[in-house]
Ligand binder design. Sequence first.
Ligand code: 16G
Ligand code: MG
Length: 559
Amino acid sequence: MNEEQQSLLLKSYSRFLPTQGVKLSYGTAGFRADASLLPSTLCRVGILAALRSLKTTSVIGLMITASHNKVSDNGVKIADPSGGMLSQHWEPFADALANAPSPQHLLMLINEFVEKEGISMDGVRPVEVLLGRDTRPSGDALLHAATLGVTSIVGAVATDMGILTTPQLHWMVRARNKGLRASEQDYFDQLSSSFRCLMGLIPTEKRKFDGMDEKVVVDGANGVGGVKLKDLGKLLNALVIEVRNSGEDGGVLNDGVGADYVQKEKVLPYSFGSKDAGIRCASLDGDADRLVYFIVPPEGSSKIDLVDGDKILSLFALFIREQLSFLNEKEDEKNYQQARLGVVQTAYANGASTNYLKQLGLEVNFTPTGVKYLHEKAAEFDIGIYFEANGHGTVLFSESFIGWLEARNNEISSGSKDSEGEKAVMRLLAVSKLINQAVGDALSGLLLVEVILQHMGWSIHRWNELYHDLPSRQLKVKVADRTAVITTNAETVVVSPPGLQEAINAETAKYPQGRCFVRPSGTEDVVRVYAEASTQEAADTLANCVAKLVDQFLGFNSS
Ligand code: 16G
Ligand code: MG
């Protein structure tokens, strides 16, 4: 590293000194903490993003958000060249950099890392980082710190993309690296035009039907998603989107609102009530990468009927499977190779959803919790659909299948467009443009749900009846050291401490349709317990008994 480079890094170090005694970890979804602790972290993640851009010779994204956390928190995560999450093998470097206790340490870490990775810091190569932030008041100051970090690598450019949802920034990074148009307007144009295309392909007999409300009412979590959805909604004439909790009327981000609250508590978000009974409602999280739907019950109850990520996955799978079956019927003569459709869930997926998907004849795969794992698995298929029950998910199309669809679509453009096989090609191509290929996106997910419901002629009630969730219960247990829990088989089996899994198995066997697993949280200092059984009482008892087992094996008084 030359002198100019060294002095730039030292300057940025002294500009944002780390808070004594605070140790941060990149975690499942980046760094998160109280915003006041984060300026030095943001500066260092800016340095990391610039180095990642150097290494990959691509544009990198840096998103400032703490998603569903309280408004006083903030956080940061990196989008890789594909628009996906930061490559996992850079995470230890992110941790080390964020926690470097002195300027010498910082320089040494960077020197060692660039050498190991073969990164040349000659200031000649173009380096660009796109920065986005959500609506948190601390975003501005943290943006400033991140910008300083990026530009402390010689020749690096930090481009402020403004206030965005997390998936918008990931989409822009992906588009830029593919040489495509990548502004916010381009994002809105792509989503709205593919939505209109899909609406235009709805079978005529299904265009008018009873029992479906024209409008969807969306809880925007008082965050960035509601604001953006309002802008997007203006471009869609076939759908009325009413946004509540858009943050413009004084509501506090994620406070009694948002997808995380609605899904975990199963209660109504603020500003929804019995007047909304029976209508189609949806909720976004604070940075709009999660989506759940819900139904407000008739008067007198604050509990909701939750239509979660598992049901969104089921709806998408049904629709895509139907389109593929049209292709299979019609496309034999055109050397059509059957596309491989796979779905990906985690152990948190309700067992009823997994059974339903298997009954459809689909290949169901499981990965550990966390978007990066599901995304990676889904990318193995021609069409891979992944969702966590909490509403994170998307649909991925392989390059080769998109290529085939595009070629067929070009033939169709100049010929007949009438058969279901031809329409299926056009629909699938439109889905691949509507649904965010970089990362789960509540806005594009919402539009796909809406168009599929119209395609099927279904109300939210009909959709919700696809299957009935098994009763379940989630608990968390505080333990002395959560890293003592080691799991395998997509977190369904505990391998350490020895004996715990056997004890869980013995307990679970007592309950009809019982299923239970424990795993260390990636975001909180707890071990999580999930239990499912044929009745709510049984699920509650199973979860409680297993929580006690965890405490016996790992609690503060365990030996
Ligand atoms: C993070 C993950 C989410 C996961 C959750 C689990 C991303 C973008 N987010 O929010 O996918 O469901 O962590 O939290 O990957 P836990 O480990 O505390 O249960
Ligand atoms: Mg989020």
